[in-house]
Design a protein around this ligand. Structure first.
Ligand SMILES: Cc1cc2nc3c(=O)[nH]c(=O)nc-3n(C[C@H](O)[C@H](O)[C@H](O)COP(=O)(O)OP(=O)(O)OC[C@H]3O[C@@H](n4cnc5c(N)ncnc54)[C@H](O)[C@@H]3O)c2cc1C
Length: 449
């Protein structure tokens, strides 16, 4: 490492450079998962693509390590950038909609709420996730498990073109017809190939959806019945089950508060009559308590909140939900009723499962379910103490897993590339990494080498 010259870097970028001596540094250095306490060497708040180019060039010349940060939502702390230069791209957040082609140009630092808002007048949407504050940059390059997963697939699959600043500071455009190998790698490569300064997505119908939670008494057999119903339903029905202790929402009737419940969040885009029929059928299952399902604007489903906290997480893909798995998954919840612990099962299949694993780097298409466990702790110390237990938990659950999702990685799952990609995809990704980032400069990511 050579020397860091703050004044020089500040002079060659349009944005600001923040170091420990600046008041704003304290706020800017943090990521959303406060288990991490990073102290970057400096934070470069980029205003445009040229700033990204200049910062990368400077870091390469001075042999300084750098990390790209969009909104800092990575639960695994990828964008934390301790003792590094953090390239903060959150101001690259422009959104332009072409209503005639449904193509949407989005800055690499935008969040999904901003994109969703811009799409409202066009009755369009881009499936992304359940929180508006989550960044497009990381989310769309991992997977993107949204409310339309069975109808329109992962967010990654909606990308049509990208502008990328590579590890030398060069700007590349990648699509099916230009740098198609890079385009393949970006769609699942989790930020290993460059800084995406601009995405072009193809939007799909949005507008009004039939959506909301249906609540049931907790019953392991019902979990199997509901997931099976959704898996075999038309693609229009998307559903995620959460197992948690009520109150889950402010509308929860008093008599159910404190009980263990199954909250089935549905989002249906299709004929209103067919949607109503599906809800009617879902309400017939024994254990149904009440529901909040209604016709709502899609934008209402992912509020612009930006949660932070001391979070531990783990996830895995699986094809079956046998009794033993459900019992192991929910053992702690059933015995403690801890409201901070939430386990989710996202039901896949539909269009998601009909896309080939070879189409892009993301390759978990044959799986029926994505299981996610997360817990918020009172302090970072408490979370770090519990981390060993979570590693054990993952070791116990591993036997059920066919794969792991990059977006919901837990701290104990970082070195499991073989679980994140199919063998042929991983081989190709490693070859492309050597071609596009031979010096492994993009290190604030899941490391593909
Ligand atoms: C509260 C919460 C809810 C969530 N809900 C969902 C959900 O419903 N569905 C889902 O799929 N995921 C969900 N996630 C996971 C989320 O998608 C991932 O954590 C994702 O990586 C966050 O992206 P980010 O850009 O906001 O985060 P960051 O921490 O800023 O970045 C994550 C990674 O991506 C890299 N990166 C970011 N932007 C770029 C870019 N433009 N170019 C190159 N590299 C870049 C960073 O270097 C880092 O390695 C959720 C996470 C949280 C905390």
């Amino acid at each position: 490492m050579k020397t860091f010259d703050e004044e020089y870097l500040a002079a060659v970028v349009n944005g600001e450079v923040y170091t420990e001596t600046n008041k704003k540094y304290e706020n800017l250095r943090m990521v959303k998962n406060t288990v991490f306490d990073p102290h970057p060497l400096a934070i470069v708040k980029c205003l445009n693509e040229a700033d990204v180019v200049q910062t990368i060039r400077y870091c390469r010349e001075q042999e300084l390590a750098f990390t790209v940060k969009c909104t800092g939502h990575s639960a695994a702390g990828f964008s934390a950038g301790d003792e590094e230069i953090v390239i903060d791209i959150s101001s690259l957040d422009q959104v332009e909609v072409d209503g005639s082609t449904n193509l949407v140009t989005v800055g690499g630092g935008a969040n999904w709420f901003k994109v969703g808002e811009a799409l409202v007048p066009y009755d369009l949407a881009i499936t992304s996730g359940d929180m508006g504050g989550v960044g497009v940059g990381g989310n769309a390059q991992g997977s993107g498990m949204g409310f339309f997963i069975r109808k329109y697939g992962v967010t990654t699959g909606r990308i049509r073109k990208v502008r990328v600043v590579d590890a030398t500071g060069k700007i590349l455009v990648a699509s099916e017809t230009e740098h198609s190998d890079l385009f393949w790698a970006i769609r699942g490569g989790a930020g290993n190939f460059g800084v995406v300064t601009e995405f072009v997505f193809e939007a799909h119908p949005g507008g009004t959806v039939l959506a909301g939670n249906l609540f049931y008494q907790y019953d392991p057999q019902l979990i199997q019945q509901l997931t099976d119903y959704i898996l075999h339903a038309p693609d229009e029905l998307n559903g995620t089950l959460s197992f948690t202790t009520a109150p889950f929402t402010s509308q929860m009737p008093e008599q159910y508060k404190g009980q263990l419940v199954i909250a089935l969040m549905v989002c249906i885009k299709g004929s209103p009559a067919a949607g109503n029929q599906m809800i009617k059928e879902l309400k017939k299952y024994s254990g149904f308590l009440f529901d909040e399902v209604d016709f709502v604007p899609y934008i209402k489903l992912f509020p612009p909140i930006d949660p932070s906290g001391n979070t531990l997480m783990l996830n895995f893909y699986t094809n079956e939900l046998p009794d033993e798995l459900i019992s192991e998954l929910n053992q702690e919840l059933v015995t403690t009723g801890d409201p901070q612990l939430v386990t989710q099962v996202k039901v896949l299949g539909g269009y998601f499962g009909r896309v080939s694993n070879e189409a892009m780097a993301y390759s978990q298409r044959e799986n029926n379910y994505l299981v996610i466990m997360r817990k918020a702790f009172g302090s970072a110390e408490e979370a770090l103490l519990a981390n060993e237990d979570w590693k054990d938990k993952w070791e116990q659950l591993r036997k059920y897993a066919n794969g792991i999702d990059i977006n919901f990685l837990g701290i104990g799952q970082l070195n499991e590339l073989e679980m994140m990609y199919k063998p042929a995809n991983l081989k190709k990704l490693k070859e492309l990494k050597k071609q596009y980032d031979p010096a492994n400069c993009f290190i604030g990511v899941l490391s593909i080498q």
